[in-house]
Design a protein around this ligand. Structure first.
Ligand SMILES: [Fe+2]
Length: 472
C-alpha cells in the first residue's frame, strides 16, 4: 500500500468514526499536534494529519528578523507563532510556507519586523495547529550602530556514531551544556557538522535529520537540540566531510546535492546565486564573513599556479567568492571583522587539507588586509580536531581553532605537524590514532577595546586564552 492510499484510508476510517459517534476526539489522538476536533473539525482532522518532525532551527538572525527551519512528515502548511513573553500572550503569526516532497518536507519561514535586541518565544504551526514540542526562543541582534559587547560560541567537527571517517562514540559530551551555560549571543556551527561523507541527496538530508533529532542514536549528544538549536541563533558553514568526502573540492560529484540539502535544511543569511554557500551578517558594530571553503576549491594536490584558488577555483573573478571577501572587507566599517574559514589559516600546521596548498592566495589575503589598512580581522577555523590560538604572528592574521564537541580522537594531523601557535595548542597529536580526546568549544567576546578568546574543554575549563587589543 502506498503512503497516499494509506493516508486516505486512515482518514476515511477516522472521518466515518467521528461522524458515526459524534464524539470529540482528544487532542492527543494525533501524535505531534494538539488538534481539538469536533463535528466541524472533520476537515481539520484530515489537514492535521501532518506532524512536525524537525525544528524549529533558528538562523539568519538580524536586528529585525530571523529565518526558522521546520520539517513535517507529509505535505502541510507551516507558520511560526512568535511573542515576547513565554506564555505567548499577544503572539503574532508569520506568513505561511508549504512543505512538499520535492524539498523533503522542509520549509524556511521568515520572521520580519522584529524588534532589535529582544527575546522572542516561538512555536510552529502545522496546518494552523500548534505542534507539540516546538517551543523555542532566541534573541534578535542589536541595531547595527550598537556598541554592545557580544559573545559567541564556536562548535565544529561533530562526531557521529560510526559514520564515514568517524569511529564509534561511546561517551556523551557535556560540551553543549557548557555552551548553554555561557549563554552566548549566537552559536557558530563549523564544518564537518558530522563526518559521514554524504554522497547523495538522501544521505545529506539524513545527516541534518539525525543532527536535528534529540534522541539520535547515531550521535549521542541529546543536549544539542534542546540546549543549542532551541535557544540560540545559529550560523553554519560546511567542510569536507559534510560536503562530500575527505579533502573534497569543487570536482566532488555530489556538490550540487550537498548544496541543495544545505539550502533546504539550514536557515542561512542571503546566499550568492553562483551555487556556493558563503554568507555575511552583522551583529552591532561587528561584521562576520562565513566562507565556503569547498564549493569552488581547486584540488589540494593541483600543481601550484597563479590561478590555483580555494575560494575562486572556477575563476569567477568579480562574481566570485574571493572578490566578494576582499570587497566586503574593504567596505566594512565594523569594529571587528570576523572571517570563518573552516580550513586552518596558519600555514605552519603543514596540513595538506588547509590553506597550506594555497600559499599564494593565503598571502594575497593577508597582504590585501595590510595594504588596505584593514584592521581588527580575526580568522576562525576548525578541522584539526583540536584547539589552537595564534595572534597573527604565525598565521598572518589572528587564527582561532576550535576543537570538536564529542570526538573520540584528538588531531587530524601527524605528530610533528600541529604547527606554531603563539597562544598554544589544546590537545596532543602524539600517536594520533590513540590520543586521548581533546574536545570542547570556543568562546569569543568582542568589546570595543578587545577580542577575548578562549578555548574550553567539555567541562567548561579554559584550556587556552588570547586577548587581542582593538586597533584604532
Ligand atoms: Fe573534521
Amino acid at each position: 500500500m502506498n503512503v497516499q492510499h494509506h493516508k486516505l484510508l486512515r482518514c476515511g476510517v477516522l472521518c466515518v468514526w467521528i461522524a458515526l459517534c459524534g464524539l470529540a476526539v482528544p487532542a492527543d489522538s494525533f501524535a505531534g499536534v494538539h488538534a481539538p476536533l469536533d463535528a466541524a473539525g472533520l476537515v481539520r482532522a484530515q489537514e492535521t494529519d501532518a506532524r512536525l518532525t524537525h525544528g524549529p532551527v533558528i538562523g539568519g538572525v538580524t536586528s529585525q528578523g530571523a529565518v526558522i527551519f521546520v520539517r513535517t512528515d507529509s505535505p502541510a502548511t507551516v507558520a511560526i507563532r512568535y511573542a515576547t513573553s513565554p506564555d505567548m500572550t499577544g503572539a503574532q503569526t508569520s506568513e505561511t510556507r508549504a512543505t512538499a516532497e520535492d524539498a523533503d518536507m522542509t520549509a524556511l519561514v521568515p520572521l520580519n519586523g522584529l524588534a532589535a535586541g529582544t527575546e522572542y518565544f516561538i512555536d510552529a504551526l502545522v496546518n494552523d495547529v500548534v505542534a507539540a514540542d516546538s517551543a523555542a526562543r532566541f534573541k534578535t541582534f542589536p541595531t547595527e550602530d550598537s556598541q554592545a559587547a557580544l559573545q559567541f560560541a564556536i562548535t565544529t567537527d561533530f562526531g557521529a556514531y560510526g559514520e564515514g571517517d568517524q569511529p564509534p562514540l561511546d561517551t556523551p559530551t557535556n560540551t553543549f551544556r557548557q555552551i548553554d551555560a555561557a549563554n552566548p549571543d549566537f552559536v557558530f556551527i563549523g564544518g564537518d557538522f558530522d563526518h559521514r561523507n554524504p554522497h547523495t541527496l538522501d544521505e545529506k538530508r539524513q545527516m541534518f535529520k539525525d543532527l536535528y533529532s534529540p534522541d539520535n542514536p547515531r550521535a549521542p549528544m541529546p543536549e544539542f537540540v534542546p540546549l543549542i538549536l532551541r535557544r540560540y541563533p545559529v550560523a553554519h558553514q560546511w567542510d569536507d566531510h559534510d560536503f562530500y568526502d575527505n579533502d573534497a573540492d569543487r570536482t566532488a560529484p555530489g556538490r550540487s546535492f550537498a548544496a541543495q540539502a544545505f539550502r533546504e535544511f539550514f536557515p542561512t543569511y542571503p546566499l550568492p546565486n553562483n551555487g556556493a554557500l558563503y554568507q555575511s551578517f552583522r551583529y552591532g558594530q561587528n561584521d562576520f564573513f562565513i566562507l565556503d571553503n569547498r564549493y569552488f576549491r581547486d584540488p589540494n594536490h593541483e600543481t601550484p599556479s597563479r590561478s590555483k584558488s580555494m575560494l575562486d577555483g572556477e575563476d569567477l573573478k568579480k562574481a566570485g567568492q574571493l572578490a566578494w571577501l576582499k570587497r566586503r572587507l574593504k567596505q566594512s566599517n565594523a569594529r571587528w571583522k570576523i572571517i570563518f574559514s573552516s580550513s586552518v589559516f596558519n600555514l605552519s600546521t603543514r596540513k595538506s587539507d588547509s590553506w597550506v596548498p594555497f600559499p599564494r592566495e593565503h598571502d594575497a589575503i593577508v597582504n590585501f588586509v595590510r595594504t588596505n589598512n584593514i584592521k581588527n580581522v580575526i580568522v576562525i577555523s576548525g578541522d584539526i580536531h583540536a584547539g589552537a590560538l595564534d595572534n597573527g604572528t604565525n598565521a598572518g592574521l589572528p587564527n582561532v581553532v576550535a576543537p570538536g564537541p564529542n570526538l573520540k580522537y584528538c588531531f587530524t594531523v601527524p605528530q610533528d605537524w600541529p604547527g606554531t601557535w603563539s597562544n598554544g595548542i589544546y590537545g596532543s597529536s602524539k600517536n594520533v590514532d590513540n590520543a586521548i580526546p581533546c574536545n570542547g568549544f570556543g568562546l569569543v567576546k568582542l568589546t570595543e577595546r578587545a577580542a577575548k578568546i578562549r578555548i574550553l574543554d567539555t567541562e567548561g575549563k579554559t584550556k587556552l586564552k588570547m586577548n587581542i587589543k582593538w586597533q584604532p
